[in-house]
Structure formats: C-alpha cells, structure tokens
Ligand binder design. Structure first.
Ligand SMILES: [Zn+2]
Length: 206
C-alpha cells in the first residue's frame, strides 16, 4: 500500500468546527486605520496567525500580510460597494477568491474550499444517508430496543412480525427495508474501493 493512502480518509474528513474561523468583519476597522503592524486579539490563534501588517498597494487596495512559518500570507480587504451594507470580503491567499471568512490551519490561512473542509451535513455520503434511513425504518417496525436494529451486518428478512401488525402491511414494510439493504452494501463497497483503491478486497457476493 502506498504510503499515506491508508489514512487518506481520516485526513480529508475534517469539519469546519475544528478550526478557528476568522470573519471578514474582524478586519473592517483596518480600512481606516494607519498602515503598520497590528495583532488579532484572539487566544485561539497562534502567534503567527495573530500578527499582521497592514499595507496598501498602488491601486489603493488594502491588504494584510501574515508571516506564518516564515512564509508571507497576503489577504486583500475588499469592500463590496455595490451593496448597501458595504460588506467586506477577504481574499483567500491560495485561490484569491473573495470570501466572507477564512480558516486558520497549522501553517496557513485558507478558505474552506482550499483547505478541503466539509460542513458536517455536506459530508454525509449517500451510503451514510441510506444507512440512516434503513435504521429509521427498522425502528418503526421493531422499535429502538430490538437488539440488532442498528446492526447493518444483520438483515431483516427473518425478523419477526410485530404482534399488532397485519401480515400484509408487515411484508410490505419489510420488503421495502430489504430492498434498501440490497442497495446499501454495494454502495459501501464502492466507497471503500475509492478510499482504499485496489488494496481493498471485497467479500461481498451479489
Ligand atoms: Zn481559497
């Protein structure tokens, strides 16, 4: 297995809440202050992430520079004059796109896209969504206390009919779950293959 590949998934699955976010608003006062050295007053940030120099280019655009790990990070401050609110945007040092916020990571500031962060809700994979749905439908039939209700390795084919339910209704509902279960495993296998490449050997037999 190539080095690092094993942990590829863990590395890319970071959530934005784990990082410190700075909003463009934080810099708004710098639009009118004298050029020079300033510091962000936040205990969550490293020294390098706090200290900045305010400069202005020859076109009159103000930008701040952070020296993080001895490398300069330039972030332009851009006021959106088209809107009545005069919203301030800051540019990402990597893609130079205007953003409402940037994230502090170990040796950089970057936008969500460049850092590759996911919001928790966006990061749910289709198979995870399907798993949630299967578990929900199972609970409707067998209840939260049923021993294997969350166990995806168990299939519902031989689980008993709840006493109060008509056979016809039960078979219909169970059939629906079975149908979803059949979709679930191939999806998981496909996703594992993308994550682990050819190093993953499938036990699944269709
Ligand atoms: Zn970016």
């Amino acid at each position: 297995m190539p080095k690092g590949q094993h942990y590829g998934r863990a590395r890319t699955r970071a959530y934005t809440s784990e990082y410190h976010r700075i909003n463009a608003n934080v810099f708004k006062s710098l639009l009118t202050k004298p050029l020079g050295n300033y510091s962000l007053n936040t205990e969550h940030l490293s020294n390098d992430h706090q200290k900045l120099t305010l400069k202005e280019n020859k076109n009159g655009i103000r930008y701040v520079t952070f020296a993080i790990n001895d490398k300069p990070h330039h972030i332009a401050l851009k006021l959106d004059n088209r809107s009545a609110s005069n919203k301030l945007y800051i540019t990402c040092p990597y893609c130079h796109k205007q953003r409402q916020s940037l994230y502090a990571i170990k040796y950089a500031y970057g936008c969500r896209k460049c850092i590759g962060l996911h919001y928790a809700s966006q990061s749910e994979r289709p198979n995870e969504r399907l798993m949630r749905r299967i578990r929900k439908l199972r609970k409707e039939l067998w209840g939260y206390d049923w021993p294997d209700v969350n166990n995806m390795f168990e299939q519902v084919a031989y689980w008993p009919k709840p006493k109060w339910m008509k056979w016809k209704t039960f078979e219909q509902k169970r059939g629906k779950i079975t149908e979803l279960e059949k979709k679930y495993w191939p999806m998981v296998i496909t996703q594992m293959k993308t994550t682990f490449g050819d190093n993953f050997i499938s036990d699944y037999q269709n």
